[in-house]
Design a protein around this ligand. Structure first.
Ligand SMILES: Cc1ncc(COP(=O)(O)O)c(C=O)c1O
Length: 385
């Protein structure tokens, strides 16, 4: 039985009639940009996250860009972030003219290590051409919330704006509050594979600060104020279509249920890896306090990853590598001076991580199939490792 690495159909199919009705409503309304559908989705999102304001945006990438613009991060500023994320995280910093400062990871969680963050802040203060270290941009990677208590404390102590990249952690909670609501701005993605996935690109930025949400609304419309065609600042076209908002509003109330399925699947994987004696060969994600890991992906660490991927593919089992190259070693960012060996935890993770098939609606049989395929590789892996 082939097992794809991701399949949105099991999630979407039971809602298709409702989604089609929402889409038809938009088509018939004649209003495709802005309007009630966008406002309704934004209000539902803000209520869901218990945050003062949510601004629907064209993608998670644009949410990050708009967030940094709204916080006046720009040339001469440095932003401390993780080297182990999707490229968009660092790209937003570069796009506003600021400089990313990469700090290494906690090997147990693959999120920012606060001690390394502090060292990066100190390094940034002494860097020629850097006027101030302006912001801290942690990523809740694979659905696991970073150490927000210590990162929040560091942001306060050093006067940095905390911006959360919550693209992979919709629905996660930390100490009683939704991930994405702990800093100045939280940036979400609704890319179809995400925990709240749309039917194309989409994103949002949320904040408890009304001045910031108003600025984000202005920025998403090329900086236009209340007078039409008067542009108070340079932003972009960062709007999210009414169609996406209408469909996302249908899916939003179901995220918590899919979340339960994700947690159950993660436990099935752990139990299956244990029962086949694979724990030392396939290292499962470290368990987190309830709510702090929403398993956007189930990412294991393995030796001989490329051979294992080929072995899985030959058995019809999908897998993916997020991410094979840490950000400081990306060709486009190499001019910043990053060298192999600078960030050893991230670099080792980039060599070892493997995302196994994982999505709400995946069956227990499919989990068994994946783990059986991993087990049949074990002797080669052990010999290699
Ligand atoms: C951690 C992270 N940040 C940012 C993004 C960018 O989101 P989008 O693809 O919606 O632009 C993604 C998604 O791919 C992501 O995984």
């Amino acid at each position: 039985m082939p097992v794809p690495s991701f399949d949105p159909r099991a999630q979407n199919e039971p809602l298709l009639a409702e989604i089609k009705a929402a889409v038809a409503r938009v088509l018939e309304s004649g209003r495709y940009i802005g309007g009630d559908e966008v406002v309704r989705f934004e209000e539902a999102l803000a209520r869901h996250l218990a945050v003062a304001g949510a601004v629907a945006l064209s993608s998670g990438s644009d949410a990050l860009l708009a967030a940094l613009l709204a916080l006046d991060v720009g040339p001469g500023d440095a932003v401390v972030t993780t080297p182990f994320s999707y490229f968009a995280t660092a790209a937003a910093i570069v796009r506003v003219g600021a400089r990313p400062l990469f700090a290494d990871l906690d090997p147990a969680t693959l999120t920012l290590d606060p001690a390394q963050v502090e060292a990066a802040i100190e390094r940034g203060k002494r860097l020629p051409g850097v006027r101030r270290v302006a912001a801290l941009l942690p990523v809740h990677l694979f659905g696991r919330v970073a150490d927000l208590a210590r990162l929040g404390e560091l942001s306060e102590r050093h006067g940095l704006a905390l911006v959360e990249d919550v693209a992979q952690a919709f629905g996660a909670r930390y100490r009683g509050r939704a991930a994405g609501t702990h800093g100045r701005i939280g940036c979400f993605s609704f890319y179809p594979t995400k925990n709240l996935g749309g039917f194309g690109d989409g994103g949002a930025a949320v904040s408890d600060d009304r001045a910031l949400t108003e600025r984000l609304r202005r920025l998403r419309q090329h900086g236009q104020g209340s007078a039409p065609y008067e542009h108070l600042e340079v932003g972009g076209n960062f709007r999210l279509d009414a169609l996406q908002c209408a469909a996302l509003a249908v899916k939003l109330p179901h995220v918590a249920r899919w979340q339960q399925q994700r947690l159950a699947l993660a436990e099935l994987y752990r139990a299956a890896l244990r029962s086949r004696g694979l724990e030392s060969f396939v290292v499962a994600p470290t368990p987190a306090p309830l709510g702090e890991h929403v398993y956007h992906q189930f990412v294991v660490r393995v030796p001989a990853r490329e051979a294992l991927r080929a072995h899985l593919a030959a058995r019809g089992i999908g897998s993916a590598v997020y991410y094979p190259t840490p950000l400081h070693l990306q060709p486009s960012l190499r001019p910043l001076g990053g060298r192999p060996g600078d960030l050893p935890v991230a670099e080792q993770a980039a060599r070892e991580v493997l995302a196994l098939p994982f999505f709400p609606g995946m069956t227990a049989d499919a989990v068994d199939e994946v783990v059986a395929a991993l087990a049949s590789f074990k002797p080669v892996g052990m010999a290699d490792g």
